[in-house]
Design a protein around this ligand. Structure first.
Ligand SMILES: Cc1ncc(COP(=O)(O)O)c(C=O)c1O
Length: 405
């Protein structure tokens, strides 16, 4: 199938403003169907969940459908999908809950490839419980996270291994199944940050070996909602703090307060949008999601090759990361300009890119960029096209000494 990016772009009202949205790694735009699903929730009348009247039953139905949709996206079980404000909040919640079982002598393993949201909650929970933190290091010349080091990091006292499915600045996709298998071999749990990977590749939490898989709908065309997929049987063993009258079952006991029902309707609509990206895909929503995300991966891969090739040909550009398997996210610096200046120059050309460490705090440190303003991040998603990539390349080329690279 050839990926019909014109058709895809037409679904997004915001893409008509003339900007090249190469900031998708920080959050995507939203298709009209998602906006409509959110607006329709309010138009139809919505109550709090759990009541005896139709507007409340609609809220219950929205929550149930949202769990089914996230399960279809990730390959998990609807009853194992915890919904919350964002990945950071959910990860802190799980770190708080899991670390109650930890004590001195226990160990947790985090990586320097990860966004800080999959580092600091575990480091701080370990500090509180007296557990020891071990660090998986990145090869800063390639931005690979070598799996071989995990043999030396794990022991029978390891309780948890936290690792990302893709770096949010350089796109590195480490060998999560191998890391999870190593964790399981010593009886540890594996917490996978799927925030950056989910928009770019077909996801199967069981194939990854993820005991927990965190994702954020606003990275894949949905509203600002986070979700965590886990086996319901595992969640049954965990007891987070909760209000006395709040649900005691799983996954409800992990969710705090009243849910944003309209946004949850938008999450399900976003999964439907992803499932339809390959219009020739047939079968269940899960099957259509897998086919569509495979098409997205191929399309984005071609676009990324064009982007990387163009940037690599410019002598005034330094590119970071060259992992074998990557999400389509480029991180670079430009000689003579701070990353912020580059982003501002590109913004003046109606091109959105991010600058800084993008919360990949440890990795920015490993690259030696933490104190110099980080880098420039251009992230592709499925609605970007060749014309946008070429605009970015032309604008970066203009920053060469003398104006041409
Ligand atoms: C890889 C990765 N992990 C975690 C997060 C944090 O996600 P949230 O904003 O949902 O807390 C981000 C956000 O940019 C991210 O890119």
């Amino acid at each position: 199938m050839t990926f019909d990016v014109r058709r895809v772009r037409a679904a997004y009202p915001a893409l008509n403003d003339g900007y090249a949205y190469l900031d998708g790694a920080a959050g995507t735009q939203v298709p009209a169907a998602v906006i409509e699903a959110i607006a329709d929730t309010y138009r139809s009348g919505i109550g709090n969940a759990g009541g005896a009247f139709p507007a409340s039953e609609r809220a219950d139905a929205i929550v149930a459908e949202c769990r089914r949709a996230v399960a279809d996206l990730t390959g998990g079980e609807p009853d194992g999908v915890i919904l919350g404000p964002n990945m950071t909040t959910l990860t802190y919640r799980l770190a708080d809950t899991l670390s109650r079982r930890w004590g001195p002598g226990d160990e947790v393993v985090v990586s320097r490839l990860d966004h800080d949201a999959n580092v600091r909650p575990w480091v701080q929970a370990a500090e509180r419980s007296g557990a020891t933190v071990r660090w998986a290091e990145v090869d800063s010349s390639t931005a690979e996270l070598p799996v071989s080091q995990y043999a030396g990091l794990l022991c029978e006292r390891t309780r948890l291994v936290a690792v990302t499915a893709a770096s949010n600045i350089v796109g590195t996709r480490p060998d999560v199944p191998a890391i999870a298998a190593a964790a399981h071999a010593v009886g540890a749990l594996c917490y996978v940050d799927g925030v950056h990977a989910t928009p770019h590749v077909p996801v199967d939490v069981r194939a990854l070996g993820a005991d927990f898989y965190a994702t954020s709908a606003y990275k894949w065309s949905g509203p600002h909602v986070g979700a965590l997929a886990a086996e319901p049987a595992l969640l049954e063993t965990l007891h987070p703090d909760k209000l006395a009258p709040a649900p005691s079952g799983v996954p409800g006991r992990f969710e705090r307060g009243t849910s944003p029902y309209a946004d949850l309707a938008g999450v399900a609509a976003a999964v439907d949008h992803l499932a339809a990206l390959d219009p020739s895909a047939a079968g269940t929503r899960r099957e259509r999601v897998l086919a569509s995300m495979a098409a997205v991966e191929r399309y984005e891969g071609q676009l990324f090759t064009r982007l990387l090739g163009g940037l690599a040909s410019m002598r005034h550009v330094t590119l970071y990361g060259k992992a074998a398997r990557r999400a389509p996210t480029a991180f670079f610096t430009v000689a003579g300009y701070t990353p912020r200046d580059v982003a501002a120059r590109l913004a003046a050309r109606a091109i959105n890119v991010w600058n800084g460490d993008n919360y990949a705090w440890e990795l920015a440190g490993a690259f030696g960029l933490r104190d110099s303003g980080g880098g420039v991040r251009a992230g592709l998603v499925h609605y970007n096209d060749e014309a946008e990539v070429d605009r970015l390349l032309a604008a970066v080329a203009e920053l060469a000494p003398g104006g041409v690279s």
